[in-house]
Design a protein around this ligand. Structure first.
Ligand SMILES: *[C@@H]1O[C@H](CO)[C@@H](O)[C@H](O)[C@H]1NC(C)=O
Ligand SMILES: *[C@@H]1O[C@H](CO)[C@@H](O)[C@H](O)[C@H]1NC(C)=O
Ligand SMILES: *[C@@H]1O[C@H](CO)[C@@H](O)[C@H](O)[C@H]1NC(C)=O
Length: 402
């Protein structure tokens, strides 16, 4: 049935497709090497035995690197989203021209760039004993486990390999959920992460207004995916092919509408010629449980652990799930990037987050473009000017810090 549907959709698309971009089906290593940077892939095993693929990018001609920096992607994304915004981004481009691909810009300026992949996405569908294709138990996780297991594993590993006392952390969207979860629950990471840059933060999300957040209120939809309990929107070859075809065809508005539905509409910042490149790796999959967890957050207006309902007492020893206490965050190196038109990370929610923190922000930066939306931080036409430039300015201040 599904196959039939996919075939019916594919045939007209194949015939209507226009031209190919060399980046369209390029994997992370191809993208990185095509820009002349050094590439490494590391496999890290978490305490609960998930295997995460972590990508490392460095300038090819340096003896000493600036501080290491971890770039943590958002939900349904991968490390690739930091590499694909624009063509170019080569290591030998002039330093004063700030390009659109954040990972390449940091590497060009001498930073040692690490790109983890969250459990369950295309690159981190891996476990020492569980098979993601057959073991339902593999998908029994949400952002709680990314906070508890993935993030500490990655940070400890990067510090160990680079032999540095601290590492920079830049998160986008769910990447900031992980960041604030980590800082509020594990005090020592407040000393280890410098600086902490949160792009479009997601912690308390009671005021987001993407059409998908209304799904949180659709009891039936939520019951269906919790009954199913497996992966949510994973990437497979056929869907990848269809998405890429659709997004380069004459009906590419269909494709952009699907992306915009989730992330907010901003035609001004979306490079329509490049839609095929963006769509060939997105969505990259997460667990249904993770989607349900975010839906719970939208409904409850709290930044709390997964709500097991009647089983909370068994799970946590209390009737309600414990909250991540933002007042426990104890870093003086927090920089928050937000925008007035972000559908997912609304200004109202970000200010609730900022009020809950007991420590002053190092900087609260509002992108000076009225229409700027959630995905524009990574894929906007002006991401170089409005996001990557200011990030490089912040990073530079930390070059002398231990
Ligand atoms: C799973 O991890 C191992 C390293 O432990 C790696 O060799 C293998 O390629 C990974 N498999 C996938 C499908 O990513
Ligand atoms: C750090 O690296 C050493 C060797 O390079 C290894 O034996 C040790 O287990 C590592 N520790 C962590 C936390 O990764
Ligand atoms: C839009 O994408 C096309 C194709 O990759 C590229 O040639 C062009 O430079 C991009 N425009 C901007 C503003 O990034």
């Amino acid at each position: 049935m599904r196959l039939l549907f996919e075939l019916l959709v594919t045939i007209p698309l194949v015939t209507s497709s226009l031209s190919y971009d060399p980046d369209q089906f390029a994997d992370v290593d191809t993208l990185v090497r095509s820009r002349g940077f050094l590439f490494e892939e590391h496999f890290l095993t978490t305490p609960d035995r998930y295997i995460l693929a972590v990508h490392r990018i460095r300038h090819p001609h340096l003896r000493r690197y600036q501080r290491p920096v971890i770039l943590q992607h958002g939900i349904l994304c991968t490390s690739r989203e930091f590499l694909i915004n624009s063509p170019g981004g080569s290591f030998d481009e002039p330093k004063d021209v700030i390009g659109n691909n954040l990972a390449f810009e940091l590497a060009k300026h001498g930073y040692d760039v690490w790109l983890p992949n969250s459990r369950g996405n295309t690159y981190s569908r891996n476990h020492t004993t569980l098979d993601p294709n057959t073991d339902r138990k593999f998908w029994d996780f949400s952002f709680d486990e990314m906070i508890k297991y993935d993030a500490p594993t990655v940070v400890d590993y990067v510090l160990n390999v680079t032999r540095r006392p601290t590492v920079g952390f830049i998160g986008h969207s769910q990447g900031t959920t992980i960041l604030f979860g980590l800082l509020s629950s594990r005090p020592r990471y407040n000393r280890l992460l410098k600086p902490c840059i949160a792009l479009a933060p997601i912690t308390v999300v009671g005021n987001s207004y993407t059409p998908y957040s209304y799904l949180a209120y659709l009891q039936l939809f939520m019951e269906l995916i919790s009954m199913y309990g497996g992966p949510f929107l994973p990437s497979n070859k056929l869907m990848k092919f269809i998405a890429a075809k659709l997004c380069t065809s004459r009906v590419k508005w269909l494709c952009s509408n699907a992306v915009f539905m989730a992330n907010g509409f901003n035609e001004q910042q979306m490079n329509m010629t490049r839609l095929g490149v963006y769509a060939s790796g997105f969505p990259a999959g997460t667990s249904s449980k993770n989607v349900i967890h975010f839906a719970q957050a939208v409904k409850s207006h709290t930044f709390a652990m997964f709500d097991y309902g009647d089983d909370n007492t068994r799970e946590y020893g209390m009737p309600r799930p414990p909250e991540y206490l933002l007042e426990n965050v104890n870093s003086r190196h927090l920089i928050v990037f937000l925008s007035a038109n972000d559908w997912l990370s609304s200004e109202k929610d970000v200010d609730i987050l900022i009020r809950k923190l007991r420590v002053p922000l190092h900087k609260r930066y509002v992108v000076p473009a009225k229409t700027w939306n959630h995905l524009d931080f990574l894929l906007g036409k002006d991401a170089g000017r409005y996001v990557n430039g200011p990030i490089l300015t912040v990073m530079k201040k930390y070059n002398k810090f231990k």
